[in-house]
Write a protein that binds this ligand. Structure first.
Ligand SMILES: [Zn+2]
Length: 148
């Protein structure tokens, strides 16, 4: 079987419905399907999916990655702080913005895993991402701690 590439994903020929799907569908896949439908919040699976997507993204710099995350409407990311070994990234307008709060729950691990996969390719290093703040948890935005 030939693998699909990210470039393949852009080949869209839907005559009537166009290239976008509603956010509630994406949320349903993420939260009802993956987070609630998979064992232990889908943790392992989500990491595998996110990393694989991240590695497939056509980006070679952090700046390109941040721009693509915004273009894909994953959110509007910016770097809060950065050292040789870590990077703290905040994401405004995350897909989870506006959902009812569920204190103690962080649901945007897929987005972190996408960054993890992309950054590990960009830097050719092992990267781990941890979601440290989430709108759903009642925080003011979603934030990630990435370690190299
Ligand atoms: Zn979140």
């Amino acid at each position: 079987m030939n693998d699909f590439s990210f470039e393949d994903m852009k080949q869209i020929k839907r005559k009537n419905l166009g290239s976008e799907v509603p956010l509630e569908l994406f949320r349903a896949i993420r939260l009802i399907g993956m987070y609630q439908g998979l064992p232990s919040g889908g943790k392992g699976t989500t990491m595998t999916i996110g990393r694989k997507i991240g590695q497939s993204l056509p980006v070679t710099t952090v700046e390109e990655l941040l721009q693509l995350l915004e273009d894909l409407k994953i959110g509007i990311p910016h770097i809060i702080s950065s050292t040789e070994r870590s990077m703290h990234i905040a994401v405004e307008d995350c897909f989870c913005e506006g959902l009812p709060a569920h204190e103690g729950q962080m649901v945007c691990d897929l987005e972190g895993a996408i960054m993890e996969g992309a950054l590990s390719k960009i830097y050719n290093k092992r990267v781990t991402a941890k979601e440290v703040k989430c709108n759903v948890n009642g925080d003011e935005r979603c934030e990630y701690e990435l370690r190299f």
